[in-house]
Write a protein that binds this ligand. Structure first.
Ligand code: PLP
Ligand code: COI
Length: 354
């Protein structure tokens, strides 16, 4: 039963752009649906959320987002099943994490019903944009930004919460090569690494560009202290398989607490895979690669889903991963996507019908 009292306003676009989109050749996050959700925070309250035609937003040059980067975001997906029903995956985890990020970045938290009712109203309005082709989904980007003005370096007093959506295919094309970084850092103890703050990503662009020039798609970040431990990648958490054991680092205030990561951990345990959540050193991974016990590395995230890593670079050497039949990555990817697309039983209760 729907008990909410919040009414989301809906203003429909006069014309749809959907005819211009090739749903069989979708890249990631490059075309946007007909509508967006906008909710303003003014005078200490979140105002009524509104679904409106996707369009540019107007901000003053003195809006604090431009000067102090007070902004956060989330990443989610909507999936269509074979009967045309729409599903989300653990959406309340995104809602909670948005507020964890908001708290850290001195942005007012958004009540759960604004997030959920706004999201559902938007998805119902743009329902025909949810792709049905294999491996595609509607990528959903909820975000908040400081729209309030002033050059004083202090939190804004006005904010916008917006959700925009993009029908999308895979995040990576081809094999994923990663570079283990030991000069630059993504985050530090006491910093904002655990928040999905826009600046965390801007700070990665330059070191990632350097890695891209050498042929790597992503950087694997190590701890800022001694660059000794594997932390996470630019857009995903990292799993490492040594012999039969699947290992991932513990979350901390430097690492994003990925929803895919924690789901994969539960599925792996359910599959009977030995799992360890513990710190893992770069030297342990290099050594395991040299002695043949390193079997797999993969990334896990909403955009990345489960992305096998084909090789990693470290200190001017490249280390190839073996290509395995029936890898953990392929088993775990199938289990999680079968739940997401409503192809299999969801014993964990993660699927959410829109
Ligand atoms: N780590 C970073 C830095 C990310 O940007 C993401 C993507 O959201 C993840 C990990 C994976 O998180 P999730 O599985 O919640 O998408
Ligand atoms: C996601 O996986 O949803 C993310 O936010 C990662 C992003 C950098 C594309």
């Amino acid at each position: 039963m729907d008990t909410t009292t919040l009414k989301v306003l809906v203003e429909r676009a006069e014309k749809s752009k959907i005819g211009q989109v090739d749903f069989n050749n979708l890249s990631f996050g490059n075309v946007f649906t007909d509508h967006m959700l906008v909710c303003d925070y003014r005078n200490g309250v979140w105002e009524t959320p509104k679904v409106m035609p996707y369009q540019p937003i107007s901000l003053e040059p003195s809006a604090k987002i431009f000067h102090y980067g007070q902004s956060i975001f989330e990443g989610m997906k909507a999936y269509k099943d074979a009967d045309g029903a729409t599903w989300l995956f653990r959406p309340l985890e995104n809602q909670k994490r948005l507020n964890i990020s908001a708290h850290r970045m001195a942005i007012p938290e958004l009540p759960e019903e604004y997030f959920m009712e706004g999201l559902k109203a938007l998805l119902r309005t743009d329902e025909q944009w949810i792709p049905t082709s294999e491996g595609s989904s509607l990528y959903i980007r909820p975000f908040m930004l400081a729209s309030g003005t002033g050059f004083h370096a202090s939190p804004a007093n006005e904010f916008k919460f917006i959700i925009a959506c993009a029908p999308s295919g895979s995040y990576f094309s081809g094999k994923v090569k990663v570079l283990i970084e030991e000069k630059y850092s993504r985050s530090a103890n006491g910093g904002v690494g655990y928040a999905k703050a826009g600046g965390n990503y801007a700070g990665q662009f330059y070191p990632t560009q350097l890695a891209n020039e050498k042929g790597y798609q992503q950087v694997i970040w190590t701890d800022d202290n001694n660059h000794e431990y594997i932390e996470e990648a630019g857009a995903m958490n990292i799993f490492i398989r040594i012999n039969d054991t699947l290992i991932t680092g513990p979350t901390s205030d430097r690492i994003l607490d990925g929803i895919t990561r924690k789901s994969i951990l539960e599925i792996a345990k359910d599959e009977g895979i030995p799992v360890e959540v513990r710190k893992i050193t770069v030297s342990e991974v290099v050594e395991a690669s040299k002695n043949g016990t390193l079997k797999e590395m993969f990334g896990a995230g909403t955009a990345a889903v489960v992305s096998p890593i084909s090789s990693f670079g470290y200190r001017d050497a490249d280390y190839d991963l073996p290509e395995l039949e029936n890898s953990y990555a392929s088993r775990l990817k199938k289990r999680i996507t079968d739940i997401q697309y409503n192809k299999a039983e969801d014993k964990f209760g993660w699927r959410y019908k829109v």
